[in-house]
Design a protein around this ligand. Structure first.
Ligand SMILES: Cc1cc2nc3c(=O)[nH]c(=O)nc-3n(C[C@H](O)[C@H](O)[C@H](O)COP(=O)(O)OP(=O)(O)OC[C@H]3O[C@@H](n4cnc5c(N)ncnc54)[C@H](O)[C@@H]3O)c2cc1C
Length: 296
């Protein structure tokens, strides 16, 4: 065996170009698979100036993170398609995904890294401050607002628990119901006050929102994957789903109380990629195209 063949082990499609999908694609490409990343560019942290808590990437702009990751993937020959997956189906050996542009793409295996959507309450001035001065997670943005006045906006069950957590960073915490708020006040995308409908002005440098989180599991449903009662994809530890050709990674497989963090999404992507590669080696997927070197 020479080991010089350029053959690849199989075709793997990654749906989602966030930390989970990009990491899965990198690990799979380095394992000599032919990888296509499909991404409709509606990233959860699309409005965030910088994310925190990822060693060597602390305070990184998410756009920078994605651009750096895509440059690495290009170097391994990964195909990137900026398009939404609208339909999906699978046989025993193959998955087909239809894209919004009318094309269809086939693969031996799929990683679903489609993330979640934050359902923000319709508070005046909130949407444009999302990721700037309004956040969801004190582990992500608490440090930057330590000892400052902050408001916790109650728009879903669990706001009191969120407030208890935020008090680890600052003792100046006021909890208000989203329905009591007239609007968020402050220069540009910054926050100085939360104005209540009764006229009260609460000083606040930041707000943390407890809002519903909706897993983006439509493709997983179409592929027949088990979904839990809250819409999260049910997986084993390495991301395997109930469909033997489908793995999931990132926020979309992390029901509460599992944390949603960039570093954890990346770890999920790596775990799923390695599990997929092992499935190719074990011949449980990818019947036709296994590289001979993988049998050693
Ligand atoms: C305001 C805010 C601040 C945050 N700050 C931090 C922080 O400081 N530190 C931290 O670690 N975490 C932070 N997070 C959490 C972090 O953003 C998520 O945990 C992380 O983005 C999850 O990565 P993911 O790859 O699972 O999902 P995402 O990053 O959401 O990526 C999912 C991708 O799937 C794509 N997609 C979905 N459906 C389809 C489809 N049908 N077809 C094609 N593409 C599709 C989307 O376009 C998207 O690119 C923050 C979150 C928010 C909301």
């Amino acid at each position: 065996m020479t080991g010089t063949s350029a053959a690849v082990a199989g075709d793997v499609i990654v749906v989602g170009g966030g930390a989970a999908g990009l990491t899965a694609a990198l690990v799979l490409a380095r394992a000599r698979h032919r990888v296509t990343v499909l991404d409709d560019q509606t990233h959860r942290n699309g409005t965030v100036d910088e994310f925190h808590g990822f060693p060597t990437r602390d305070a990184t702009a998410p756009n920078r993170f994605r651009a750096d990751a895509l440059a690495e993937l290009h170097a391994y020959g990964v195909s990137i398609v900026r398009c939404a997956v609208t339909e999906a189906r699978s046989t025993d050996t193959n998955v087909s995904l239809s894209l919004a542009d009318g094309t269809t793409i086939h693969g031996d295996a799929v990683v679903l890294a489609t993330g979640v959507r934050d359902e923000l309450p319709p508070v005046a001035g909130l949407a444009r401050r999302w990721g700037k001065s309004v956040f969801n997670c004190p582990f992500c943005d608490g440090w930057e607002h330590r000892d400052q006045p902050v408001v916790v906006i109650d728009a879903a069950p669990g706001a009191d628990h969120l407030a208890d957590m935020v008090r680890s960073w600052t003792s100046h915490v006021t909890v208000v119901s989203a329905s009591d708020i007239a609007g968020l006040i402050g220069e540009g995308q910054s926050l100085s006050h939360v104005e209540l409908r009764n006229g009260t002005m609460i000083p606040a440098k930041a707000a943390f929102v407890k809002a519903p989180v909706v897993p983006r599991s439509a493709v997983a449903r179409a592929l027949g994957c088990n979904i839990d009662g809250d819409g999260y994809i049910v997986t084993s530890e390495n991301g395997a789903t109930s469909n033997p050709l489908v793995w999931a990674a990132g926020d979309v497989r992390r029901p509460p109380p599992a944390p949603h963090q960039v570093v954890l999404a990346a770890a999920d992507g790596s775990a799923a990629a390695i599990a997929i590669h092992k499935a190719f080696v074990a011949h449980s997927i990818g019947s036709a195209t296994v590289h001979p070197a993988l049998h050693r």
